[in-house]
Design a protein around this ligand. Structure first.
Ligand SMILES: [Zn+2]
Length: 198
C-alpha cells in the first residue's frame, strides 16, 4: 500500500474512533463569522491571521467538528493536520464544558493543548519515517503564529514537546490519537513502518 492510500484510509477510521465530524469551511456560515472576527482582531493585534488566511490556511476545530482550511485538500501534510485536529476532538470530549472556553481564555492551557496535538502529528510522522524533526527549536514556530501566545507559553509548549519527542524517538507514543493511529497502521499498513518520506 502507498503512504497516501494508507493515510486516506486512516483518517475516516480515526475520525470515527474519536467521534469527530469533518465539515467544509466554505459551506459553514459559522466559519465566515469567525473569519470576520479574526479579520478584526488581526487589525488590532498583529500576530493573528487575517480573515483570508484564516479561511485558506487555518484548519479549525470547534468541539467535535473539524473544518479543514480551503487549502488543505492539496496540502502534502493534510493527513497530519487532520491527526492534529483529531487530538483536539479528544481533548474536547474529555472535558466538553471546560475545554472550549478555557482554550480561548487561557494561553497556557491553549499552549499545552496545542503541544499535545502537535505531538500526535509527530508520533504518526515518526511511525511513518522513523524520524523526528532534527531542529527542535523549529517546533514552536507553528504555535508562535496564529494562537496569540506569550513567549513563556511558547516555551511551555516547547518543553512538553521535548519530553514527548524523547518518548517518540524511543517508539513510545503518548497521545490518544497517536496510539490509535499507529495501532491501525501497524495492523493495516505495516510495510510502511519507518520506510516513508515526508
Ligand atoms: Zn491545534
Amino acid at each position: 500500500m502507498l503512504r497516501d492510500e494508507a493515510l486516506d484510509a486512516l483518517i475516516p477510521y480515526l475520525t470515527s474512533q474519536v467521534g469527530a465530524a469533518i465539515r467544509e469551511k466554505k459551506d459553514a456560515s459559522e466559519m465566515q463569522s469567525i473569519a470576520q472576527v479574526f479579520g478584526a482582531l488581526h487589525l488590532a493585534q498583529g500576530n493573528l491571521p487575517n480573515a483570508e488566511e484564516f479561511l485558506h490556511r487555518f484548519t479549525t476545530t470547534l468541539g467535535p467538528v473539524i473544518y479543514p482550511s480551503l487549502d488543505l485538500a492539496t496540502s502534502p501534510t493534510r493527513h497530519l493536520v487532520l491527526v492534529h485536529e483529531c487530538q483536539h476532538v479528544v481533548q474536547f470530549y474529555k472535558d466538553p464544558l471546560v475545554f472550549p472556553p478555557k482554550y480561548l481564555a487561557d494561553k497556557e492551557y491553549r499552549a499545552g493543548k496545542e503541544a499535545q496535538a502537535i505531538l500526535a502529528q509527530l508520533e504518526v510522522s515518526h511511525w511513518l519515517t522513523g524520524k523526528i524533526p532534527t531542529v527542535r527549536t523549529d517546533l514552536p514556530r507553528g504555535i508562535a503564529y496564529g494562537y496569540a501566545l506569550n513567549p513563556e507559553d511558547i516555551l511551555f509548549a516547547q518543553r512538553i514537546l521535548e519530553v514527548g519527542m524523547t518518548m517518540t524517538s524511543n517508539g513510545v507514543y503518548a497521545t490518544e490519537v497517536g496510539k490509535i493511529a499507529t495501532k491501525w497502521l501497524n495492523q493495516n499498513a505495516h510495510e510502511l513502518y519507518h520506510g516513508c518520506a515526508y
